[in-house]
Design a protein around this ligand. Structure first.
Ligand SMILES: [Zn+2]
Length: 380
């Protein structure tokens, strides 16, 4: 009986991803962000799932996301294996695709194991929460409905998905630029980008005076193809977008470059940029203060203010700043520094950083950035 099950490997390709169907259990990726390469039944209730990157070589950030259903309620044991790679993301489970909890698991010999109660009602297992292209669009639409921003299309991805830009424009000429989701699985960066941006676009006296002087451009989701496909890191051409800010071979990075170039041609001025990512810990990658940029102490002053602001609620938290200069890598922050002679940072949240903390830190980061930028000499 079980010997027969060993050979039970079935893949159904459909327009919406694919499913592995076994006699009672099904694994599917028919949703935005779904990713699963192969499934194999190894015993009645145990399944081996394997995962592949979109192409190689690639930074080892194995994203996985799939739905589990069972015709009759049963326990499903899942063994997850990354081809040629090591797990990075701790599993999360959702019963509705929106609300997520940490899922208990073990990792041994690069195999991740977990068990769940499966039924005809789907359970999602995913490396992080899912934030889809539609979620970004709706978020921008809600902000636009309050007439705080205009949501427009600034370009298209390789697969012709729109890249949205949200702009809050006043009388001033200086711009703060915010970028997100160059790397699809870096969800904690996105979880910081939302409250950070909402704070800038809020109605506090600080936000109002900030927007009297500064305009804001937000490109929350630069890699919509990668987000849809559940890519580990790249766009559909297999390119790391955060290595393309020197040669602009990709339409996604080119769209932002074209937009900023047009602003400058229109006598506008880029003042600062923040690019949201995730990595293993919370860290802010900056340009060196002696790199010759305008307002050399801007980021130092900001992060010092942030440290003070967060200390009351989180006395143990240390803001870590790591200045760096890599002129040949094609990284966004370097492009901003070299092209516009101003500071930019890569705002990295840890993959497993507490979600409530990400939110609080982002609000304080936005408030302290506004105060710090308002203290600089106004440009006209
Ligand atoms: Zn990243």
């Amino acid at each position: 009986m079980f010997r027969l099950l060993n050979f039970c490997l079935l893949m159904l390709i459909s327009a919406y991803g694919y499913a592995c169907k076994f006699s009672n259990v099904e694994f599917a990726t028919d949703f935005s962000g779904g990713r699963l390469a192969q499934c194999q039944q190894v015993s009645q209730d145990t399944f081996l799932l394997t995962f592949n990157p979109e192409n190689t070589p690639i930074n080892d950030s194995p994203w996985y996301s799939f739905k589990v259903t069972a015709k009759q309620p049963q326990t499903v044991n899942i063994v997850m294996q990354v081809n040629d790679g090591k797990h990075r993301y701790q599993p999360k489970i959702s019963r509705d695709g929106k609300h997520w909890q940490k899922q208990p698991y073990t990792v041994n010999n690069r195999k991740m194991r977990l068990s769940l109660a499966a039924s005809s009602q789907a359970a999602w297992i995913s490396g992080q929460e899912i934030i889809s292209n539609v979620d970004y669009y709706q978020w921008g639409k809600n902000l636009a409905a309050h007439q705080i921003v205009e949501q427009g299309v600034i370009g298209h991805s390789v697969q012709e998905r729109p890249i949205y830009g949200l702009s809050a424009r006043g009388e001033g000429k200086e711009w703060l630029v915010i970028l997100g989701r160059q790397h699809p699985p870096e969800l904690t960066g996105a979880l910081a980008m939302f409250p950070f941006t909402e704070t800038l676009l809020g109605v506090s006296p600080l936000a109002l005076s900030f927007r009297e002087r500064f305009n804001i451009l937000v490109v929350p989701n630069l890699n919509p193809d990668g987000v849809y496909l559940g890519n580990w890191r790249h766009n559909v051409n297999g390119v790391d977008l955060n290595r393309d800010w020197k040669t602009f071979q990709q339409p996604e990075s080119s769209a932002v470059n074209d937009y900023l170039t047009a602003l400058v041609a229109d006598k506008q001025k880029i003042a600062m940029a923040v690019d949201f990512h995730s990595t293993r810990k919370d860290i802010f990658y900056s340009m060196p203060h002696d790199y010759g940029l305008e307002n050399p102490q801007l980021v130092n002053d900001w992060l010092t203010a942030l440290q003070q602001a967060i200390a009351g609620a989180y006395p143990d938290f240390q803001v870590i700043q790591k200045p760096g200069n890599n002129p040949d890598k094609g990284v966004f922050k370097q492009y901003i520094a070299d092209t516009f002679k101003v500071h930019a940072i890569t705002y990295e949240m840890g993959d497993e950083t507490d979600r409530g903390f990400i939110d609080k830190l982002a609000v304080e980061a936005a408030n302290t950035l506004m105060t710090t930028m308002l203290a600089t000499q106004a440009q006209d």
